[in-house]
Design a protein around this ligand. Structure first.
Ligand code: 5GP
Length: 122
């Protein structure tokens, strides 16, 4: 899949659409999800143009991968989620219901998250 520079997160990165920013540095932007699934639900996205986790893990530079995942950990910590805990999740592709074609990690926190995932009804 080729990167669509007009996807919603690309537009957020360009400042064309407002967001509730939790953190920003050279490699990553973190902002609160518009439709939170848990009391704390933050998205962390790389600044580079990567469609999905597969694209990011294959093509991002070492510095981008390191900077991005350091940012995810920092955001979770700064949200106060290290204790009692949080979940990170990245959807890739159709079966995972990825909606936005710019790689992002969800941070879910603020409640008991249950165990792992529940299969979708088919
Ligand atoms: P996905 O299913 O692609 O992993 O998740 C995309 C997420 O982006 C969803 O949780 C959705 O609520 C969130 N989202 C979609 N559009 C916007 C937006 O314009 N602003 C923010 N803050 N979140 C968005």
């Amino acid at each position: 899949m080729t990167y669509d520079p007009n996807n919603i997160f690309a537009r957020i990165l360009r400042g064309e659409i407002p967001n509730k920013t939790a953190y920003e540095d050279e490699y990553a932007l973190a902002f609160h999800d518009i439709n939170p699934q848990t009391p704390t639900h933050v998205l962390v996205i790389p600044k580079g143009a990567y469609v999905s986790f597969a694209d990011f893990s294959a093509k991002a530079s070492d510095a981008e991968v390191l900077g991005f995942f350091r940012a995810v950990g920092k955001v979770a910590k700064d949200l106060g989620a290290d204790e009692p805990g949080y979940r990170i999740l990245a959807n890739h592709g159709r079966d995972a219901h990825q909606e936005v074609p710019h790689f992002h990690v969800h941070i879910f926190a603020g409640t008991n998250l249950g165990r792992m995932i529940k299969p979708a009804d088919r």
